[in-house]
Design a protein. Structure first.
Length: 506
């Protein structure tokens, strides 16, 4: 699977979460569009840096070739040089082990920045043969409440633009708030030059995004694709997906988890976090009410007002000083009140800062990211980051091996003494303070392969307090929840059950 993004950034790594949502990291360390998270959650497709290309990457490659003289004096142009590079990026995924390459083009038909990509895929069908290429166009059918009707004209115009440049969609997937009447499907088919059966209704899901695959199957999309591409496909097996939805619809209990983040009001900034929480809830038959709480609000109003009543507290990653003290306050609340806690990346670093100040007695302890002259730099810059000046693609990135202490909660969750998880950070726990922390009850239950970097910290005396330097959320799937999220949610369910028993007088 592959995503082609029309923005000029080389990758999303330097983009604001408010503009683009989370940066999704792959095993090979590539920083990619958040849509690749959907690819991994919904499929078993192996993803690499070849699964995400931007306009910036495409033009950079062409310019580098021009500088090396590879074009032998030619005038370098969008056609054929840029479009050829785009086609090369698509073709890179094709090998003897691959049956189908699915390439998504971001943006909207008619956007200036998307035109080279559309021209490239027009040419691609000629290169590989039209019988080997299938165009699926995702389009919007808006509903006008004032007129109480669906409008097909935007879809007609969108397809018209595609046809003008030589692309005839084979299938139209129509996003809509309301059911698409047969008359509207027939109108779309007529004006867009596709069979009626290839006009697929995809209504917004009120319950769960995980309903989408089943509704696409009910509308025959799988059969259309198999027939068009001449695939020798096995019968579709979706029993595990139906079981997943059954669990979602029939929870045994309801719990609440607070996610205390710097970008909490922007859901896509922590997209994989929220999905991983849901996955663990499915496993434990629990409906989870997630409170998205801005860490700056906790800093202003205090944790008691905003965090009382939650069964678990999760503090995710982020960059920069804003809102950090609110995260520290939230972690102190979770530690002192024995509330299940999971810290991720910056969440782990804030847990270390909180413990240093309030348990070890290192007043003013901080990270050098936020306070260069802190008297107790319990979090500091990685050695490998000391001389780096460029921002893009220079952090500690991708899958790294960690060893887990045998009797730790982390090892219990994973059922293994060694794990491989994805990273995205520049700062680490300062090993000079390790003995002081251990003397006060914090254990370093996970370390890098050489033992030099702290990967997991725990408080054994706490019901469930685990913080990790890596990003476990990137490996969670609806049918295979991440072990740490599973353990965290299970602890929250237990706490909720105990509180319920106390309230009922049992």
């Amino acid at each position: 699977m592959q995503k082609l993004d029309p923005y000029i950034n080389v990758d999303p790594g330097t983009m604001s979460p408010y503009q683009h949502g989370e940066v999704y990291v792959l095993d090979d360390g590539s920083e990619t569009d958040l849509d690749l998270g959907h690819y991994e959650r919904f499929t078993h497709s192996p993803l690499t840096r070849q699964s995400n290309y931007t306009t910036g990457q495409i033009y950079l490659k062409v310019i580098e070739k021009e500088r090396r003289g590879e074009f032998l004096g030619q005038t370098v142009q969008v056609i054929p040089h840029i479009t050829n590079e785009i086609k090369r990026c698509i073709a890179k995924l094709a090998d003897d082990e691959v049956d189908v390459v699915i390439t998504e083009i971001g943006g909207t038909v008619g956007d200036i920045e998307s035109q080279p990509f559309l021209e490239a895929i027009r040419q691609f069908a000629l290169d590989v043969g039209k019988e080997n290429c299938l165009y699926i166009h995702l389009t919007l059918i808006p509903y006008l409440k004032a007129a109480a009707e669906l409008k097909t004209k935007p879809t007609q115009h969108s397809v018209g633009l595609l046809r003008q440049i030589g692309i005839q969609p084979d299938v139209l997937i129509c996003r809509t708030e309301r059911a698409l009447p047969a008359s509207d499907r027939e109108k779309i088919a007529l004006f867009c030059n596709v069979p009626v059966r290839a006009v697929i209704e995809e209504r917004d899901k009120d319950f769960s995004i995980y309903e989408v695959p089943l509704s696409l199957v009910e509308n025959g999309l799988d059969e259309l694709i198999v027939k068009k591409l001449g695939l020798n496909a096995k019968s579709l097996e979706l029993d595990d997906w139906r079981e997943l939805l059954h669990r979602l619809r029939n929870p045994d209990t309801e719990i609440s988890i607070a996610v205390v983040g710097k970008y909490a009001e922007h859901k896509d900034a922590y997209k994989s976090i929220y999905e991983a929480i849901d996955h663990a809830g499915i496993e434990h038959h629990a409906q989870i009410r997630v409170g998205r709480i801005l860490s700056e609000d906790i800093q202003r109003e205090g944790p008691e007002r905003l965090l009382s009543g939650y069964d678990g507290i999760l503090v995710p990653g982020g960059f920069g000083e804003r809102g950090v003290e609110g995260k520290v306050d939230a972690i102190r609340w979770a530690r002192q009140r024995k509330i299940p806690f999971l810290g991720i990346c910056l969440g782990m670093q804030c847990a270390v800062i909180e413990f240093a100040r309030n348990v070890v007695g290192l007043a003013g302890a901080n990270s050098t990211e936020f306070e260069k002259d802190t008297p107790y730099p319990v979090v500091c810059l990685l050695d490998e980051q000391q001389n780096i000046t460029e921002k893009g693609g220079t952090m500690r990135l991708g899958a790294q091996v960690a060893d887990l202490a045998p009797d730790s909660r982390a090892a219990e969750c994973y059922g293994s003494a060694q794990v491989q998880e994805r990273h995205r950070h520049r700062y680490e726990f300062n090993n000079q303070y390790r003995k002081q922390f251990e003397a006060h009850g914090m254990t370093f239950s996970g370390t890098s392969k050489q033992g030099s970097l702290v990967e997991v910290v725990e408080l054994p005396e706490h019901p469930w307090f685990v913080a990790v330097q890596y990003h476990p959320e990137f490996k969670s799937k609806p049918t295979q929840p991440h072990p740490l999220f599973s353990g965290f949610v299970q602890a929250a369910v237990r706490r909720n059950s105990r509180d319920s028993m106390v309230e009922s007088g049992s």
